[in-house]
Design a protein around this ligand. Structure first.
Ligand code: IMP
Length: 431
């Protein structure tokens, strides 16, 4: 059975949560490989509402093992809170169900302080980060001064590392960012408490995956954020600090590329963005408001109103290449119901040229204008559709255009938030 990777093809918030939830039914293990609690999705199961930022939602299925890979940056307080919420809802989360890579980097209080103070200092130029300390934590990882999960279990090592780090961070926080310094004893005490609580969950994710592969188990790799927030391939500097592209599943979990068999790109039927940065198909008119309201486009991590716009196939074609997509999962098609006309951006116009891919220069990108193809909309409620044939001809034409322009087959079409409001064309685990 093929191991499957689910990635976002746009700027995050594509509805990966629902697709991951559907595919988890076929998986034995669910693995996250990058990002941190900048991600978030909400699931309602039997009247209980769960918001997940770190733990794969696969935890709600009995018998599935959820792994948090080395590629993540983990806020231990947030992780423990998520575990506690699950326990309160009667879902026991023991080490047999959930494990955290010993090598994952830990978001420390100074990472959050730096993230917030820097954004505040940037004023209008800010990136619009989630303020969760993601960037500063990845910076420390690259600078080789990061704290890894395993360090939380070694008090002497931890103390030395925290003291060395805080010397520099406090100087920077106080003297440059005019913010408050942190007390190293308090930081150490809290980190050690977290370490005690998390130590039973620490594991070598790579070894666990090797064992699972030997036993021919199905592995689902759950990407966070979206391809155009990728630090290498996204709209830099308006990006996150990790690699949400599929290839990162290897480095972020400790397996080889040959073990990834099917890459599903999740595509929202329109485009959204939270945070700053150019957005070619953005709609600041009534149609944008319609999509925002109908799609309930508020961030589940920060509650911010998401910017909305038409589907951008330039973005999608770039994503197909960066990820090597094998199939597309289209989400929230139902949100477009009721529009007289739907538009799809098929190219960018820039200084008299037609661009088929996004320019690296952000200055050029900001000057690109969309070249649209207009299609007639549909008025019928499509949430009851379970086969492509059940959709109105206009909705099918919309899907056909996406398929033709990207040359990638559709595996799933989601027509509503519920599990059953889905057209399963070809389950990636069965391909
Ligand atoms: P950071 O990841 O908090 O550093 O934020 C960097 C950029 O990525 C900001 O524009 C955020 O709004 C965006 N971002 C981070 N995580 C997500 C996500 O899960 N969905 C959508 N946007 C995100």
């Amino acid at each position: 059975m093929p191991n499957t990777v689910v990635v976002g093809t746009q700027w995050g918030d594509e509805g990966k949560g629902k697709i991951v939830d559907l595919l988890t039914a076929e998986a034995d293990l669910v693995v996250r490989f990058q990002g941190g609690n900048n991600a978030g999705h909400t699931l309602v199961v039997e009247g209980n509402k769960f918001i997940f930022h770190l733990i794969p939602s696969g935890i709600l299925y009995e018998g599935k093992k959820c792994l948090i890979g080395n590629g993540l940056v983990v806020d231990p307080g947030v992780l423990l809170k998520e575990m506690e919420n699950l326990e309160q809802a009667g879902i026991h989360v023991g080490p047999e169900r959930l494990a955290l890579s010993e090598k994952a980097h830990i978001i420390m209080p100074y990472h959050k302080a730096l993230d917030l103070a820097r954004e505040a200092a940037k004023g209008k130029e800010k990136i619009g980060t989630t303020g969760r300390g993601i960037g500063p934590c990845y910076e420390d990882k690259a600078a080789r001064v990061g704290i890894r999960a395993i360090d939380l279990t070694e008090p002497d090592t931890l103390e030395k590392k925290i003291n060395a780090c805080l010397k520099e961070k406090n100087f920077y926080l106080e003297r440059f960012l005019e913010s408050e310094a942190l007390d190293s004893e308090g930081v150490l005490r809290e980190a050690l408490t977290f370490g005690e609580k998390l130590s039973p969950f620490l594991t070598d994710v790579s070894l666990e995956l090797e064992e699972a592969l030997k036993q021919h188990k199905n592995i689902l790799f759950e990407g966070a954020q979206g391809t155009h927030l990728d630090i290498d391939h996204g709209t830099y500097p308006f990006v996150t600090s990790s690699n949400p592209v599929a290839g990162a599943a290897c480095a972020g979990a400790g397996i080889g590329p040959g073990q990834l068999h099917h890459i599903v790109g999740v595509v929202k039927a329109y485009t959204t963005r939270v945070g700053a940065g150019p957005f070619v198909t953005e709609l600041t008119d009534k149609t944008g408001d319609f999509i925002q309201e109908r799609g309930k486009e508020f961030g589940s991590t920060t509650g911010r109103r998401r910017r909305c716009g038409w589907l951008d196939l330039v973005v999608l074609r770039d994503s197909a290449r960066f990820n090597g997509l094998n199939s597309l999962a289209i989400t929230k098609l139902d949100v477009l119901t009721g529009l007289e006309t739907v538009r799809v951006c098929i190219a960018y116009a820039w200084e008299g040229q037609m661009l088929q891919s996004r320019p690296a220069s952000l200055t050029r990108f900001a000057k690109c204008t969309p070249v649209y193809k207009a299609l007639p909309g549909w008025q019928e409620d499509i949430s009851g559709a379970r086969r492509l044939e059940d959709l109105p001809a206009q909705a099918r034409a919309y899907l056909d255009l996406i398929q033709e322009e990207t040359n990638i087959p559709l595996s799933i079409v989601s027509v509503g938030p519920a599990r059953e409001e889905t057209i399963m064309i070809q389950n990636p685990f069965h391909s």
